[in-house]
Design a protein around this ligand. Structure first.
Ligand SMILES: O=C(O)[C@@H](CO)OP(=O)(O)O
Ligand SMILES: [Mg+2]
Length: 425
């Protein structure tokens, strides 16, 4: 089969927040054509690979991506045309070298990732292989536990909650499709409770509800009630995961959580708040519980409760082996969040995961809050077998693209599909 790259085209499309993002189409000799688009975060880590924006305030308030598009067509395309699309590591390395910066600032990580994803998809397609199998090999068959964000706060909603994500984790379900059903039923039960209690049921960026609650603890109480109302056992069947994205409420005075107390609190105080919640609620995972600069607080939490729950670094590591290595040395967390656009290529994402595997760290695949209908990350999660994927609420097209793709993969695998909880019950 001929699969030499013969063409690369790019264009601007809109993401789920209505901001522009990059879509890339690759053409191979032999006729294969495949596209991929790039997501975008709101609570971004300081050291994420650089998302190139035009800065021309007359278009999309400066957030256009025409420069990234131009970089793909004028610089990346000539460098890649003629290369076999299966040579992913070489293609990704060539793009990094062409960019020439530490964080992909010149060509843009959004330009580079778009090409990297589209090349992988085209290559898989040219071999008539499902993407998860192409990326993970013929034995890839583990479906992830979905972590569904059903109450949004922080930078994803303007509702006064400082913490960003309150997720349900239906890890006690027998299969992925049953887990999705458990989660969706709980989502609807929560909507009923919010209506009953007189709260608004509008949603935030990831499709979770964004009610004006008193504080974060009330969100946890509501979720437990919703799990029970849907007929499930909190903890054993459906647990809770948090992503406070704490950098976004951290300042010179400490952590500002006005719903929980009048003044900012210290890392140790916040550690105590989490310790209290872990006892009171069935929490199995906390991501970015502290600011990305507060490494010692992560390590303290991991030492204190890391044998009971998962402590995840997201903004802390930005899917970058350099920071993950520091996390390993300092025993900062026992898990790593994986977002391909934080690092910028398929090959480097896999390298980050390999590092986690060698160090015995868990890893959790993730969407971004600004998403498109592209479902690449669903296949990627199955390919890498980490057993967990967070994709927002079970509603809205850009979130469902991933959850529904996982349903398709499950059907395709049939009796060979595996599903098991990475969490202690
Ligand atoms: O913090 C996160 O984990 C993500 C995804 O849920 O949010 P964002 O894409 O805004 O960084
Ligand atoms: Mg996060």
């Amino acid at each position: 089969m001929k699969r030499t790259i013969t063409g690369l085209k790019a264009g601007e499309i809109l993401d789920s927040r209505g901001w522009p993002t990059v879509k890339v189409t690759v053409r191979l000799e032999g006729g294969t054509v495949a596209s991929a688009s790039v997501p975008s975060g709101a609570s971004t880590g300081q050291f994420e690979a650089h998302e190139l924006r035009d800065g021309d305030s007359a278009r999309y308030a400066g957030r256009g991506v025409l420069k990234a598009v131009e970089n793909i067509e004028r610089e990346i395309a000539p460098a890649l045309i003629g290369i076999d699309a299966v040579r992913q590591p070489e293609i990704d390395r060539l793009m990094c070298e062409l960019d020439g910066t530490e964080n992909k600032a010149r060509l843009g990580a959004n330009a580079i990732l778009g090409v990297s994803l589209a090349v992988a998809r085209a290559s898989a397609q040219s071999m008539e292989m499902p993407l998860y199998q192409y990326l993970g090999g013929s034995t890839a068959r583990r479906l992830p536990v979905p972590m569904m964000n059903i109450i949004n706060g922080g930078k994803h909603a303007a509702n006064g909650l400082q913490m960003q994500e309150f997720m349900i984790v239906p890890h006690g379900a027998p299969t992925y499709s049953e887990a999705l059903r458990f989660g969706s039923e709980t989502y609807h039960a929560l909507k009923g409770l919010l209506e009953q209690d007189g709260f608004a049921t509008g949603v935030g960026d990831e499709g979770g509800f964004a009610p004006r609650l008193k504080n974060e603890r009330e969100a946890l109480e509501l979720i437990v009630r919703a799990i029970e109302k849907a007929g499930y056992e909190p903890g054993r069947q459906i647990a809770i995961a948090l992503d406070p994205a704490a950098t976004s409420f951290f300042g010179d005075d400490g952590y500002a959580l006005p719903g929980l107390g009048p003044s900012s609190i210290s890392s140790d105080d916040l550690l105590a708040v989490y310790a209290d919640w872990i006892t009171a609620f069935p929490i199995v995972s906390i991501e970015d519980g502290f600011a990305e600069s507060d490494w010692s607080a992560f390590a303290k939490q991991t030492a204190a409760v890391g044998d009971r729950i998962q402590i995840v670094g997201d903004d802390l590591y930005v899917t970058n082996p350099r920071f993950i290595r520091r996390g390993i040395d300092e025993k900062a967390t026992n898990a790593v969040l994986i977002k391909p656009n934080q690092i910028g290529t398929v090959t480097e994402t896999v390298a980050a995961i390999e590092l986690c595997r060698r160090a015995g760290l868990r890893y959790k695949f993730s969407h971004r809050s600004g998403e498109t209908e592209d479902d690449f990350v669903a296949d990627f999660a199955v390919a890498m077998t980490g057993g967990q994927f967070k994709g927002g609420a079970p509603c809205r097209g850009e979130r469902l693209a991933k959850y529904n793709r996982l349903l398709e993969i499950e059907r395709e695998l049939g009796a060979e599909a595996l599903f098991s909880s990475p969490f202690v019950a």
